[in-house]
Design a protein around this ligand. Structure first.
Ligand SMILES: C[S@@+](CC[C@H](N)C(=O)[O-])C[C@H]1O[C@@H](n2cnc3c(N)ncnc32)[C@H](O)[C@@H]1O
Length: 454
């Protein structure tokens, strides 16, 4: 929402004036404009949206001409795209230019909820990479897990830990993203609360917290590993000064990114640090800052041994059924915890075993099914999984009205010919399961995800 300049906190205005000098009036003008609307398409779900333009620093980012009601688009609930502001999609350049994504890697997204960077990372890294998507606040970790399930990746482990818990995993990660909690200056146009909560004291508080987070998690990054540090703020306390602090405390190298001038990102290079500012008067996006840092210090490394994991496997009978539910079943490990079966790439079993012993796991890979008396009830995440073998299931194509009825968990008045668990599709995107009985369809959409908007 465009903002009233007179509502901006006076010390913020003064700081921005000092920082931007001649460009300050353009910056203020941009805050009074409508924020651009952008989405990032899920490359695994092959969904097409008409009338969009490219976010230039991405492959799958698109600007929309206007803001639709995303809640009323069934494809959104099927994980066909993620709604994300465009500047933060610049993470893609940091990964593509500084990380060899042709190799499987261990990647940590430390401050991950609601999942913008994690879903993006999942689309950028090798399919057998491990992405640990962590969120310290429990309720936000559930939202994160929901968004990861919608995206459909099976190589993501969602954890709910404090950054210092990662000290238990020395030298574990090749890449670490710290999209730090910040004073939110860059989001004023989209989030009026951020503007009302802003204060100089809070900037200092955020800056100190950010240093603590980096310190706490530092030992879990490998020697030569890459740290991507980002905030959605403009001020030096949370950006350049934190990087200066890191340079003084640790042996690090700041990496330079190639940027096209037309993108409008502003490179800062001062006293050996490097970073990239995104200002709304220069880019089609919100305020953002990003820096890519290589760790040059040696680090004790936790070895992931090639031994059997301690996970319990489902029974042979269950396993045989499940293997028909997924494509490329040979490369997948199914594990059973109580009556719930999950799966992930088999090459990650050992690493996930280590995570399970050291961290609080919310989910590991994809929830496939609940086992009840040797029968399988498919989990919602299975419908949204990019590994789902659609050929194995009957499907029901829903029009937009029926799809919305389904997502509201209402009764569907359609009567398909085939009985049993049926995949609900909207524009060829799976959105969940129904159990077709002789006289009705049992709507299996998760009650807690049901849409309430009419
Ligand atoms: C900027 S948001 C992350 C946005 C997310 N990366 C995305 O792209 O969707 C920062 C996150 O850090 C979490 N956080 C807050 N305090 C924290 C702390 N002390 N340590 C780690 N994370 C924290 C917040 O709950 C929030 O989810």
């Amino acid at each position: 929402m465009p903002i009233q300049v007179e509502n901006l906190p006076a010390p913020f205005v003064q700081k921005m004036q000092d920082q931007l000098k001649d460009a300050f009036p353009d910056f203020i003008k941009s805050l009074q404009e409508q924020p651009p609307v952008s989405i990032r398409l899920n490359p695994e779900k092959h969904f097409h949206v008409e009338g969009t333009t490219f976010v230039p620093w991405t492959t799958h980012g698109r600007y929309l001409p206007e803001r639709p009601v995303f809640t009323l688009d069934p494809a959104f609930h099927g994980g066909a795209y993620y709604v994300q502001e465009a500047s933060s999609m610049f993470l893609e350049q940091a990964i593509k230019q500084c990380v060899d994504v042709s190799q499987p890697l261990y990647v940590l997204d430390l401050c991950a909820a609601p999942g913008g960077k994690s879903t993006h990372l999942a689309s950028l890294i090798h399919a057998e990479s491990l992405l640990v998507s962590n969120e310290v606040i429990r309720s936000r970790a559930s939202i994160l897990s929901e968004n990861i399930q919608k995206w459909g990746s099976n190589n993501v482990v969602v954890t709910n830990n404090d950054p210092e818990d990662f000290k238990r995993l020395p030298g574990f990660f090749d890449v670490m993203v710290i999209d730090a909690p910040c004073s939110g200056e860059g989001l004023f146009r989209k989030d009026a609360d951020a503007m009302h909560e802003w204060s100089e004291d809070n900037v200092i508080l955020c800056s100190k917290r950010q240093r603590r987070i980096v310190s706490d998690v530092w030992s879990s990054l490998k020697e030569n590993g890459i740290l991507i540090y980002s905030t959605c703020t403009y001020n030096p306390e949370e950006n350049e000064e934190n990087l200066q602090w890191l340079k003084q405390e640790r042996d690090v190298e700041f990496l330079k990114l190639k940027i096209d001038n037309v993108w409008g990102a502003v490179e800062v290079e001062q006293d050996g640090i490097k970073g990239y500012h995104f200002y709304p008067h220069k880019v089609k996006g919100e305020g953002f800052f990003i820096s890519v840092i290589r760790k040059k210090e040696s680090e004790e490394t936790l070895r992931v041994k090639n031994a059997r994991s301690n996970f319990q496997s489902p029974s042979k009978k269950i396993l045989e059924q499940l293997q028909r539910w997924v494509v490329d079943a040979g490369n997948i490990a199914f594990i059973q915890r109580e009556d719930l079966v999950q799966f992930f790439p088999s090459t990650l079993s050992q690493a996930i075993d280590i995570l399970a012993k050291n961290l609080r796991l919310v989910s590991a890979g994809t929830f496939a099914a609940t086992v009840k008396h040797d029968k399988l009830i498919p989990e919602h995440a299975m419908a949204l999984s990019v590994r789902l073998n659609r050929e194995h299931f009957s499907v029901l194509d829903l029009n937009v009205d029926d799809a919305l009825r389904y997502l509201r968990k209402e009764t569907l008045s359609i009567t398909p010919d085939q009985m049993g668990f049926t995949l609900m599709l909207y524009q060829n995107i799976p959105i969940g399961w129904g159990n077709v009985l002789p006289n009705r369809i049992n709507n299996l959409y998760p009650a807690e995800w049901r849409i309430r908007m009419s």
